[in-house]
Design a protein around this ligand. Structure first.
Ligand code: ADP
Ligand code: FBP
Length: 307
């Protein structure tokens, strides 16, 4: 089974307008409400590929109900722990430029953390846990380490897509697969990454530390994939960009879907790049048809090493 865990889900309130004026009254032409948060997006894209998953994490209030209901309507199993706090709303403004306003993460008590750990300790060998999105500040490094240790003991493949200090902490536990974007990778090493070669240099250090699969996403510039025996660089896919929210999450989902289907690692990467772009070219997250179409256009350059 694949489990996604979103510790700080969101309702993504996406607004479209021709131009956005800071400090003025802006009126949107169209709006959408999506269940959001990185793990939840991974579950939604997996569902597009007909891969079942269970969405874990913390939700509360009317927004929590909305998220749970929407996921269930899409056929995704949910096993959320309830919070007293209302789940945040993240505002996405799509005008001349894209602007995001993400709400604060919820307070998660010790008891709620134990409840989550109890669920994880019941996973089986070969299950997947995708821990994605911001980690609430009440969650300690020790708790994250405990999650990683439990996964290792059980033979559960831990996938990490987060940022800041929690990412730094989780890197020391050598997860199975990580997908930082170039900024998150740079933050890990206190460096600003400005080229593909720099992304390769720092990505390689993660592999050398024992992480089996590393994808560094480079937004409109494509992505790189690193493992112990190859480095692959994907050129960007061209198209009309509509909404890049969830592009990275779509990559994670597509890579996992291909790995579970026993595709080659490089094909899994190709598909992941196609999924990221398919989401960037859509209002909501990608659909399978577009991913398959774009996968034919993704050119991947493979190196056994690149200094
Ligand atoms: N403007 C874009 N044009 C084409 N593809 C894109 C664009 N933005 C993102 N993508 C695709 O989505 C992937 C993930 O995007 P990125 O912004 O790096 O991730 P994240 O959402 O995690 O920050 C990229 O590697 C690329 O394949
Ligand atoms: O947990 P964070 O880092 O605040 O991010 C939450 C936001 O990230 C998203 O999951 C999108 O993530 P990506 O664009 O990085 O794939 C949104 O759905 C959500 O609003």
């Amino acid at each position: 089974m694949i489990y996604t865990c979103t510790m700080a889900p969101s309702v993504d309130y996406t607004t479209y307008l021709a131009s956005f004026q800071v400090g003025g009254l802006n009126r949107a032409n169209a709006v959408n409400y999506y269940p959001g948060g990185k793990g939840i997006n991974v579950s939604r894209v997996l569902q597009q590929f007909n891969i079942p998953s269970t969405a874990l994490g913390f939700v509360g209030g009317f927004t929590g109900k909305f998220i749970t209901q929407k996921l269930q309507e899409e056929g995704i199993k949910t096993d959320f722990i309830q919070t007293k706090e209302t789940t945040r709303i993240n505002v996405k403004v799509k005008a001349e430029e894209a602007t995001e306003l993400n709400g604060p993460t919820p307070f998660i008590s010790e008891k709620q953390q134990r409840e989550l750990l109890k669920k994880i300790s019941q996973f089986n060998k070969h299950d997947w846990l995708i821990l994605a999105g911001s980690i609430p500040s009440t969650i300690s490094s020790a708790f994250l380490e405990e999650i990683a240790k439990t996964c290792k003991q059980l033979g559960v493949r831990l996938v990490v897509d987060t940022s800041g200090q929690p990412l730094r902490q989780l890197m020391t536990t050598t997860p199975y697969f990580v997908k930082p974007n170039e900024h998150e990778l740079g933050d890990l090493f206190n460096k600003k990454i400005t080229s593909v070669d720099e992304a390769i240099y720092f990505g390689k250090q993660l592999v050398e530390n024992g992480i089996q699969h590393v994808i560094v996403s480079l937004g409109a510039k494509g992505a790189i994939y690193l493992t112990d025996d190859c480095i692959a660089v994907a050129d960007p896919v061209q198209g009309e960009v509509i909404n890049t929210v969830g592009a990275g999450d779509s990559m994670v989902a597509a890579f996992i879907e291909q790995m579970t289907a026993e595709a080659s690692k490089v094909d899994a990467f190709r598909y992941a790049v196609a999924a990221g772009s398919a989401t960037a070219f859509s209002n909501d997250l990608c659909d399978r048809q577009l991913v398959e179409k774009l996968a034919q256009d993704v050119s991947v350059h493979i190196y056994t090493d690149r200094k």
